[in-house]
Design a protein around this ligand. Structure first.
Ligand SMILES: [Zn+2]
Ligand SMILES: [Zn+2]
Length: 382
């Protein structure tokens, strides 16, 4: 009776899967086969298998034992029983029972069912994702946002038990309180004894005498909540704020899922974000570059004045230190980077042209060093 189960196959992951991959595969499979969700025949069995696989593959030592010896305890069922987390009895598919009767197997494992069932029936709540829309300014400066979240919460009237007043239980008679029931099935190979999460009590070992009216016995209910979130200054588009335990309530002692808030930031009309720097390209009349002057440049909040020195080249980049965005969780600021480009007029009057001609004549002796060098190169081209 070798335990031939392939834990990697059970979770549908590669042998080299990372811890994160295993975790997310486990969540996906546990959800798929959870007895509360999946009422199909064999789902509870599969659910237990998934939990068993995860118990092993999420534990460094057990995983390495399993990889090496094919057994999480490093030998033939060695250490079973003393090792509470593993608990042992969940690794058999139907076929493995051929030739054994259930009592044999039960006694082999010292009857440690109760513990196993509690451990593996605890289900962590699902994570929830919500989106929040922020203006450019809200993201840059940080803000408080009220976010509507629909989530499953543990019922406060019955403290999540599903029983009226939170106390009215009897022990489940189908499984005697162990949460694991045995089922006899007639299959192609004859009568098979199979064990799985008790269908009567979904593995809790308890039966509710009177259902809690508020949640109709579910122990949890969907509620609409307004969650107030502090958005940190400097957050960027598509970044995610995670509120640990802010997701759906777990069941049977499982922890809550997380709440993930995905941030959507609206573009600024003029400013462009690059890391924590702000960039802007401004077209200014060509004479402002020649003559010099000043121009107002927008900031996240308000604006600042940029002095333009006389005889500024087109495409000159000005860096205004510390006027960019605040770094996330640090009191450091990026820069504001301004590029000035000279704009020529679209039309000129006769009068304008005359003035310009005079200007050109009077400037003839002035040097346009780069232009002159260009002309020289053009002449000496092969
Ligand atoms: Zn039961
Ligand atoms: Zn309730």
């Amino acid at each position: 009776m070798a335990n031939k189960k392939n834990f990697y196959e059970t979770l549908g992951v590669d042998k080299n899967a990372s811890d994160d991959e295993i975790k997310s595969a486990y969540r996906r499979m546990a959800k798929k086969y959870h007895p509360d969700i999946n009422k199909e025949e064999g789902a509870a069995e599969k659910f237990k298998e998934v939990n068993e696989a995860y118990e092993v593959l999420s534990d460094k030592t057990k995983r390495s034992n399993y990889d090496q010896y094919g057994d999480p305890n490093g030998g033939f069922f060695g250490g079973n029983g003393g090792n509470g987390g593993n608990g042992g009895f969940s690794g058999f598919s139907q076929g493995d029972f051929g030739g054994f009767n259930f009592d044999d197997i039960f006694s082999m494992f010292g009857g440690g069912f109760g513990k196993t069932s509690r451990t593996s029936s605890a289900v962590r709540g699902e994570d929830i994702q919500v989106q929040v829309n922020l203006s450019f300014k809200e993201a840059a400066l940080g803000c408080k946002k009220d976010i509507n979240v629909t989530k499953v919460e543990s019922c406060s009237d019955c403290k999540g038990t599903g029983a009226k007043g939170g106390t009215e239980y009897t022990t489940c008679t189908a499984c005697g309180g162990s949460g694991i029931a045995t089922y006899t099935e007639t299959t192609l190979f004859g009568r098979m004894v199979r064990q799985g999460v008790c269908k009567e009590c979904s593995g809790t070992g308890k039966k509710i005498k009177t259902k809690c009216a508020s949640c109709n016995g579910a122990g949890s209910k969907k509620v609409n909540k307004v969650v107030s979130i502090d958005i940190p200054a400097g957050i960027d588009n598509h970044q995610v704020i995670t509120v640990r335990n802010g997701g759906n309530a777990g069941s049977r002692g499982g922890s809550n899922g997380d709440l993930h808030i995905i941030v959507n930031v609206k573009n600024h009309k003029l400013l462009e974000r690059e890391g924590y720097d702000l960039k802007i390209k401004i077209f200014v009349p060509f004479y402002l570059l020649l003559k010099g002057g000043s121009i107002d440049v927008p900031l996240v909040d308000g604006c600042t004045t940029l002095k333009i020195p006389e005889l500024t080249q087109s495409n000159t980049v000005f860096k205004i230190k510390g006027k960019g965005l605040k770094h996330l969780n640090r009191s450091v600021y990026g820069d504001l980077i301004v590029t000035l480009v000279g704009e020529s007029p679209k039309s000129m009057s006769k009068e304008d042209k005359k003035v310009l001609d005079n200007l050109i004549k009077s400037m003839e002796d002035n040097t346009f060093a780069r232009y002159k060098s260009y002309l020289k190169d053009m002449e000496s081209l092969d």
